[in-house]
Design a protein around this ligand. Sequence first.
Ligand SMILES: *Cc1c(COP(=O)(O)O)cnc(C)c1O
Length: 429
Amino acid sequence: MPVTTPAAPLAAPSAPDRPDTLPQDAGALLRQDPEIAAVLLAERDRQAGTLQLVAAENFASPAVLAALGSPLANKYAEGYPGARHHGGCAYADAAERIAVTRATALFGAEHANVQPHSGSSAVLAAYAALLRPGDAVLAMDLAHGGHLTHGAPGNFSGRWFDFTGYGTDPETGLIDYARLRALARARRPKAIVCGSISAPRHPDYALFREIADEVGAYLVVDAAHPMGLIAGGAAPNPVPYADVVCATTHKVLRGPRGGMILCGAELAGRIDRAVFPFTQGGAQMHTVAAKAVAFGEAATPAYTYYAHQVVAHARVLAAGLEAEGFEVVTGGTDTHLVVADPAPLGVDGRTARERLAAAGLVLDTCALPYGEGRGIRLGTAAVTTQGMDDGDMARIAALAGAAVRRSGDPRTIAAEVRELAARHPPYPA
Ligand SMILES: *Cc1c(COP(=O)(O)O)cnc(C)c1O
């Protein structure tokens, strides 16, 4: 039976200046350290004054930020609820039990570990639980949207495991499952990793499971990007198919920066030991509490609506970019992500990103399924949290086209972006 003791009461904000975005007595910070306070306020204004289209970003709620700024940040709680290496863990235990209960209910998983410090830490722990150094692993090639933890030479994954990359079809931009199956048969990997930083379409989890079973491999789904869509019922849930699901809590899911792992009961002990003590020390308990707050938010009808709006908005944005002359990878999107090639407008992804940034449209470049050129990658999670609608998405696409083509005065475009942002403050006063 989970303990439901409420978390320790949070100190009331007493800051004169927008306490909602600097929750824990921002007044004290302003008085004591004006230098760093000025940096934080400038970042707050940057986020509110430009449009955040980085696909991995979102605006956590004031409640999530309040948990992050709470005194639970002071608490050491190595171990797991009921089995800690420190005294005074009653409320830390309560926070973690609530987070675990909410996560398992939200995603329909038998077991959740909410301690990973980040998405990368979650993947590291998943590999630690299932693999030995040198084991063969299949994952999405980095040039096709794989994450650093999927075998990059500069990452622990590439150093310690024998990765082979599968990829996408250059024509369709979709996963080449025939090649994945052929590689699985040839390599006999210990694990197959399914997940990407830039796939605008859903993976076929049932087919991944089938291929993994054929060669006796574990299936690890790294759902860092779509986890929030999954929570809101706007994307298929990998939990019934995967041995282990890794995720972040700060992308579409809109919680604090951090990671999580879901698995079945039979792997629970191995996953927990792989997180602590194998790859981490004490968990950040304020972050664990903030994850619980985010899981609570994600279980509401308002969040379900949000997740579906995120996808609807990405579709409008993709169509708008296509109308502006961008080549949209896969011709559209099923998720929050849009990948577009600006080559038809005469520039590559890096130049496009620079011109867009100058206009106040903040986003990333990314690899394309074909050639050496780079594209741009956008997401609609943050602008949807701000309350923007379909019309705003169409406007963003038009402004992006104008900024990349350099049609019109760049200052006029930037002013329009600022005005659009100002109409939708991420943290209304
Ligand atoms: C974002 C992401 C991660 C890593 O998350 P961090 O919190 O930045 O470590 C891992 N895998 C995938 C697929 C991601 O998109």
